[in-house]
Design a protein around this ligand. Sequence first.
Ligand code: PMP
Length: 446
Amino acid sequence: MPRDLSNSSYLPQNLSKEYPLIVRGEGCYLIDDEGKRYLDGAAGGVSACCIGHGVASVADAMAEQARKLAFAHLSMFTNEPQLQLAEEIVGFGPPGMARAYFVSTGTEATELCVKLARVYHLARGEERKTRVIGRWRGYHGSSLGALSYSGRSSRRGELSPYFFPATLISPPYCYRCPWDRSYPDCGIMCAWEVERAIKQEGPDTVSLFIAEPIINTLGAAAAPPEYFSIVREICDKHNVLMALDEVITGFGRTGRNFAIEHWGVTPDFIAVGKGIAGGYAPLAGTLISEKVNAVIQKKGGPTVPGYTYAGNPVSCSGGLAVLRYIQEHDLVSNAKATGEVLQGEAKKLLDMPLVGDVRGKGLMLGVELVANKETKEPFPRAAQISEKVHAECWKRGLSYCPLAGDADGVCGDAASIGPALVLTEDQARDLVRIFGEATSAVAERL
Ligand code: PMP
C-alpha cells in the first residue's frame, strides 16, 4: 500500500499524495515493501537510473572508493576518480569539448554554465553581457537561479519574486506551434525567436542562451532539425554563448551519446546530470568547449567557487563505473534499437481516445493527452487527466513521470517515459500495452 506521509517526521514533496515505499530495484523494475513490482518506465521516476537498478560493479566501485578516500575538498585537493572521469567524459562527449567540472545536481550544472559564461565575458572585457535567455516550459533546475531561466510555470509560481532578470522565449513545440505553423514550411520561427530576443535585449547585454535539445517538461518535444544550427549562427553573430542542458538527454538516452549529436552542432557548454551516475550517486557536471576553455585558460587564476560535494571522489567513482558499464554493454546502441521499438509501439496509441501526440527519440518518449484530438484542446487542469492515467498505470504495475502544463503552462497532460537503457524489446511492448490500458480505463470513465 502506498504510504500516507502527511504526519511523518519526513516532509514529503506533496502532503496530499501517497507514496509507495520502494525497497529494491532490479534492472528495469522497482519493488515495493509488499513485493509489488513496477516496470520502471522512467528510470527511477525522472529518467536518471540509465543502466538499471542493482548493478553490482557500480556499488562495488563506490564502496571501494569510500573505503580508500571518501572526501577531500576540491579547493585544496584533487582526486583520481574526478580526474579520470573528466578525461573519459570529455572523450565520450561530442567533438569540441575540452574540460569537465563536477557538481552534485543538474541544477548546479546549468548554473555553472551561467557562471562560466560570466567568467568568459569578463575575461574578454564584456562586463555588460550578463543576460540569460531561456525558454518557456523549459526546465533547468530548482534553485532560485535556475528557476529564473526555466519556464516551467508550476515550479516558478510563488518563487518568482526571488528570480534574477532573465528572458524567456517560446519553445520549439511543433505539436502546438506558438506561431500556428507546420514544419517544414514554418521558417523555423522558433529558432529566429532567439535572435529577436537578443536584439530586443541588446546584444551587448546578452551572455548566454540555454536550451534542452529535447524538452522533457513538454513531453519529449524535440527541436526541429534546423533549430540548433540556426541558433548556433545567431549566437556566434552576437557573441552569445550557447549552453545545452543535457541533464536528461545525455548518456545515451536518445540513442546517441549526447542528444545534440542528432543536430551536429557544437555548443559552448553541456550541462549533464542524472544518467552521469545512473542514480547511484548525486553527481552532475558541466562540459566546457574548447572555445570557452581557451579564454578561461588564458585568463588563468580562479574559475568558479566550489561546493562542498563538487567532484566528490565516491560520486565520481560511481560516475566512472556507470560510464564504463554503458560502454562495455553498448547501451547507447540498445537505446537506439529498443527505442525504435518503443517509439513504434507508442505510435499505435495514436488510434486511441485521448492520445493527441506521441513523440521523442530513442528511449525518451512523450505522450500528450488531449480532450479533442482534432482541435488539440487540452483538458482543464482540474480534470487531473495526467494524474488519473498515472494512477491507473501504478495499479497495473507501471511507473513513469506524469506531466502537466505543457499546453499553456497550466493545462496540458503528458507522460514522460524514459526507461533504463537496458530495457528489452518485450519490456518496451509491455510498457506501451499497460499505458494504453490505463489510458482506455480513464477514457471510459469520462
Ligand atoms: N535540467 C533538466 C533538463 C532536468 O530534467 C532536470 C531535472 N529534472 C534538471 C535540469 C535539474 O536537475 P536536478 O534535479 O538534478 O537538479
